[in-house]
Ligand binder design. Structure first.
Ligand code: AP5
Ligand code: MG
Length: 217
């Protein structure tokens, strides 16, 4: 399957993507994680991305689209993929459509995770991610690691993302409403959107997502 995950920062896209990718046997492609990996390797792309990310703004389309395209063209993504955090505005959605058209493939669904603002703010405030791989995500109260400060999956150090500060989160939410939400209408026009509530325990949300995706197959 080829799926796009959309939803406000902190809704649980990364958390759900890890689980769904495993169940559906497709790679989880997160542009946020790809940028963070570049930041920790101190690449030129990482340096550029960091200035935008720390301010809560989108990284320019040109570099983002090139990076996402490169990742989608890796052999493991041939049979399908789960996109998390891309596309994030209408021009990225148009670029993705063009790419898919060139390859003669189509998206199967756009899974829209809905969560109220006060909840996403709480989720972000307590989030801790792994230094080795920011796809390993925990929460100090909702999903604490077995040992404080240590990643259950790989033993890496857990830290608070630089863009999870209160003022940056406010900008990220605003950017979501103004730039990302319009892609929901864009995909609705293509009949691809399935909306589910992201509230409740993580496993329940995964069950809801799998159920919703079945109807999109
Ligand atoms: P990105 O990394 O994509 O961040 P985001 O969209 O703001 O989303 P988050 O990762 O903050 O939240 P999430 O929905 O993944 O939630 P999570 O699963 O972690 O992007 C970061 C930046 O990179 C952007 O601001 C931009 O600068 C740049 N960027 C990335 N892509 C771009 C693009 N395409 N174009 C341009 N720029 C781009 O969960 C949150 C917390 O809640 C965790 O602690 C988790 O444990 C907890 N949690 C999850 N589910 C539940 C639950 N059901 N109940 C209780 N707690 C839960
Ligand atoms: Mg994420």
């Amino acid at each position: 399957m080829r799926i796009v995950l959309v939803g406000p920062p902190g809704a649980g896209k990364g958390t759900q993507a890890t689980r769904l990718a495993e169940k559906l046997r497709i790679p989880h492609i997160s542009t946020g994680d790809l940028f963070r990996a570049n930041i920790s390797r101190q690449t030129e792309l990482g340096k550029l991305a960091k200035s935008y990310m720390d301010a809560g703004n989108l990284v320019p389309d040109e570099v983002t689209i090139a990076m996402a395209k490169d990742r989608m063209e890796q052999p493991d993504a041939e049979g399908g993929f789960l996109l998390d955090g891309f596309p994030r505005n209408v021009s990225q959605a148009e670029a993705l459509d063009e790419l898919l058209q060139t390859e003669g493939i189509k998206l199967d669904a756009v899974l829209d995770l809905e969560a109220p603002e006060d909840e996403v703010v709480k989720r972000i405030a307590g989030r801790r991610v792994c230094r080795k791989d920011s796809a390993h995500v925990f929460h100090v109260t909702y999903s604490p690691p077995k040992q404080e400060g240590v990643c259950d999956t790989c033993g890496g150090e857990l830290y608070q993302r630089d863009d999870d500060s209160e003022s940056t989160v406010r900008t990220r939410l605003e950017v979501y409403h103004t730039q990302t939400e319009p892609i929901i209408d864009y995909y609705r026009a293509q009949g691809l959107v399935v909306t589910i509530s992201a509230m409740g325990p993580v496993d329940e949300v995964t069950g809801r997502a799998l159920e919703a995706l079945k109807s999109a197959e």
